[in-house]
Write a protein that binds this ligand. Structure first.
Ligand SMILES: NC(=O)c1ccc[n+]([C@@H]2O[C@H](COP(=O)([O-])OP(=O)(O)OC[C@H]3O[C@@H](n4cnc5c(N)ncnc54)[C@H](OP(=O)(O)O)[C@@H]3O)[C@@H](O)[C@H]2O)c1
Length: 250
């Protein structure tokens, strides 16, 4: 047994760039057929599909704002219509609107909670019936070290990411009897559009706080996701796997 995913069908939300892009490419390289979900970056999502197909894999891009139930249902339906089933759901789509609570607008709170937390509910809810019917499935939610440790200026994001952890453990308890596993991966600092906004000083301080002394690579998150998606991880559920260079040892 190894980390091959031949014959599996997967959805990666927010896969047009960054960590989601790498997750989609790694799942496909291991044999999974992948729905590359995006909201607005159509060309970038198509580029991910092209890269997967050029390497001999199978993928298609599907637009959908996963903070909306109807869109999430349509993305899951696209996976089942295209590939006949859904084995792996990676809830990766996320965003930030950082500011101190004193200056945080209600819409900053609502947007981040909807994009980062409600999307995990909508996609998991849409996916759970087909997974229960087939009595197997893998749900992998991308949380953050910030959901474990908190971060000044990110109360909305930290609340969403901590919420994902509670959701993961609860759903893992609900569906374990159907051989469906539900886990979370908590990345540390990874260079993507999301962390591009950090100042040079913030990046240096993040590196200093990380025992391994560097930012992670998006591929290093993808490897953890592929492991949890594989048969090797069949007895792992309800965990939060930190991939953070030792930043938060929870
Ligand atoms: N980078 C880090 O250091 C870090 C650390 C910890 C956790 N994470 C988490 O890792 C995940 C990926 O982050 P990233 O750094 O790769 O961010 P990113 O480069 O900004 O990518 C975010 C992705 O999410 C998509 N997206 C945003 N809103 C969406 C929506 N409503 N519906 C569907 N797709 C949506 C974007 O696609 P469109 O442009 O098409 O909207 C994009 O593909 C996030 O959950 C993030 O919180 C990142």
């Amino acid at each position: 047994m190894d980390m091959q995913l031949t014959g599996k069908s997967a959805i990666v939300t927010g896969a047009s760039r960054g960590i989601g892009r790498c997750i989609a490419i790694d799942l496909a390289a291991r044999g999974a057929s992948v729905i590359v979900n995006y909201n607005s970056s159509e060309a970038a999502a198509q580029d991910v599909v092209n890269a997967i197909c050029a390497a001999g894999g199978q993928a298609s891009a599907v637009r959908g704002d996963v903070s909306k139930m109807d869109d999430a249902s349509a993305v899951v339906k696209a996976a089942i219509d295209t590939y006949g089933k859904l084995d792996i759901l990676v809830n990766n789509a996320g965003t930030t609107r950082d500011t101190l609570l004193m200056t945080m607008k209600e819409e900053d709170w609502d947007h981040v909670i909807a994009t980062d937390l409600k999307s995990v509910f909508t996609c998991s809810k849409a996916a759970i019936r087909p997974m229960i019917r087939q009595r197997s499935g893998r749900i992998i939610n991308i949380t953050s070290v910030v959901g474990l440790a908190g971060q000044a200026g990110q109360s909305n994001y930290a609340a969403a990411k901590a919420g994902i952890i509670g959701f993961t453990k609860s759903l893992a308890r609900e569906v374990g009897s159907r051989s469906i596993t539900v886990n979370a991966v908590a990345p540390g600092f990874i260079p993507t559009a999301l962390t591009d906004v950090l100042t040079a000083e913030q990046k240096e301080s993040a590196t200093k706080m990380t025992p391994l002394g560097r930012f992670g690579k998006p591929e290093e998150i993808a490897y953890a996701v592929s492991f949890l998606a594989s048969d090797l991880a069949a007895f792992i559920t309800g965990v939060v796997l930190s991939v953070d260079g030792g930043l938060v040892m929870h």
